[in-house]
Design a protein around this ligand. Structure first.
Ligand code: 2HG
Ligand code: ZN
Length: 469
């Protein structure tokens, strides 16, 4: 885009929606031109901050007429580059659209603008004894619109499923400026194609979500958390099976390796709650048993896990503070590994029944070919979702590291394909994983995805270059 086209577009936007909606301030360009993905540098031309759906529509219409590319931007906590503006695009930040309507207690819904912060929605709905049960470490920054655009996962998928399950209605603006009001607040609506689904998980490539009616559920009973040390990953799966068969309602089942725990303890200055060192750790969250009998049953169940040799050590949180402390060990992993230097990251998933076989196959290949490149594995193992983070070893230069890491990737993804896994469980494709998509999608699926993009955004102006070129 030439600078005169940019000037003209920005002038039109200012005249249409207000001069204060546009920024070319250098700090804003850097802040709003990027997300949490570290692999890219932001290079947007301008940031636009609309205040309502109508303004989004006007801005997109102007950009569309002038052939200017737009990157929708939310809380910018994504890890696949889905909200990166690297190519002179105009960033459309939904940050000023954060209004939340009152909770509808009869329908158990809340309608919020796309820029509402996840945690703010949690707080508002909790006051009515309800919750929107999508939860993850970045909830203090992430936006509802971004969660929906990426079909966010997190730590409670095992209990509640993905974001997709908790969205009733969507207001969406197409690149042409057309506004769609999809499904309102209907629970049941069997009228042909459910277009709402086209915008959930498609990372802002088909339309801009400006408002959502969220489905709520009863605020769960108080939960309790146990933390286990285990000898190896086989024992982690044994424990998972036991937890699933137990009389307790599992609300999270998360794992982390010793290396991950050490990183968190060191970087965050936290205390190891277990008396001995193990290779693997599990965080198990369950709804807290209410009766004395049930509490006794839980103590007995934990003892059985130790006696049977499945776990090497275990601790049960004794207070809400201890619950938080144990969660901090798991939720601090990604940030702590990032503090240690350059990280090559993956977010894979497998059918639970194939996860063990995958890890064995892949582990064999790793052990023989990539000494010194130890992957740090953690994540939502109860959903079949592992985060694989490879740290650049000290003394190895970056090009060498990337070359070896890519060799490891090829190995991992070939094994993943063999077991019908996915190259992105919850972080999306964005810019970062475009070259991996072929491992999880067939050529026919790729063609259909491109055709859909062409229907919604024929000029390829909305979040171009994300998911595919
Ligand atoms: C988590 O589960 C996040 O902690 C981040 O999804 C994972 O950075 C990562 O690899
Ligand atoms: Zn995760």
């Amino acid at each position: 885009m030439t600078s005169s086209v940019l000037d003209q577009v920005l002038e039109e936007i200012k005249n249409s929606v207000g001069r204060d909606r546009v920024s070319i301030d250098a700090d804003d360009l850097i802040t709003y031109g990027r997300d949490w993905t570290k692999a890219y540098a932001p290079k947007p031309s301008a940031i636009v901050f609309p205040r309502c759906t109508q303004e989004v529509s006007q801005v997109l219409k102007i950009c569309s007429a002038q052939g200017v590319a737009v990157v929708p931007s939310g809380g910018r906590t994504g890890l696949a580059g889905g909200a990166m503006a690297t190519n002179g695009e105009i960033v459309l930040s939904l940050t000023r659209m954060n209004h939340m309507a009152d909770v509808d207690s009869i329908a158990q819904t809340i309608t919020v603008e796309a820029g509402a912060i996840t945690e703010a929605v949690h707080q508002k709905t909790a006051a009515q004894g309800l919750t929107w049960p999508v939860d993850f470490a970045s909830k203090g920054s992430s936006h509802i619109g971004g969660n929906i655009a990426t079909n966010a996962g997190g730590v409670r998928v095992i209990r509640y499923g993905l974001t997709r399950n908790w969205v009733l209605g969507l207001k969406v603006v197409l690149m042409s400026g057309e506004i769609l009001d999809l499904n309102g607040s209907l629970e049941k609506n069997n009228t042909g194609f459910d277009l709402r689904q086209a915008f959930i998980g498609t990372e802002g490539t088909l339309g801009v979500i400006t408002e959502a009616t969220l489905k709520l559920t009863r605020l769960p009973a108080e939960s309790t958390v146990a933390f286990f040390g285990l000898k190896d990953l086989d024992r982690v799966f044994d424990l998972f099976l036991r937890a699933r068969k137990s009389p307790f309602l599992v609300t999270a089942f998360e794992c982390l390796s010793r290396g991950c725990l050490e990183a968190v303890l060191e970087v965050q200055g936290l205390r190891d709650p277990l008396p001995s060192v193990s290779e693997q750790y599990v965080l198990l969250e369950i709804e807290k048993p209410q009766s004395a009998d049930q509490l006794e049953l839980l103590d007995q169940w934990l003892l059985d896990c130790l006696d049977s040799g499945i776990t090497e050590s275990a601790t049960l949180a004794q207070s809400p503070k201890e619950v938080q402390e144990i969660w901090a060990l798991r939720e601090g992993v990604a940030e702590s590994l990032g503090h240690r230097g350059r990280v090559h990251k993956h977010d894979i998933s497998l059918p639970l029944s194939k996860l063990q076989a995958f890890l064995k196959d892949w582990g064999r290949a790793l052990g023989t070919q990539y000494q010194g490149m130890e992957p740090y594995i953690f994540g939502h193992i109860g959903d079949g979702n592992l985060h694989v983070n490879v740290l650049q070893p000290k003394g190895m230069n970056s090009p060498e590291f990337e070359r070896i890491a890519e060799g490891m990737d090829a190995e991992m993804f070939a094994t993943l394909k063999k077991y019908q896994g996915s190259v992105s469980a919850e972080h999306g494709i964005g810019l970062l994983k475009k070259n991996l998509l072929e491992f999880s999608k067939t050529p026919v699926e790729m063609q259909l995805m491109r055709s859909l993009k062409n229907v919604f955004d024929p000029k390829n102006l909305l979040n171009p270059g994300k998911i595919f070129d």
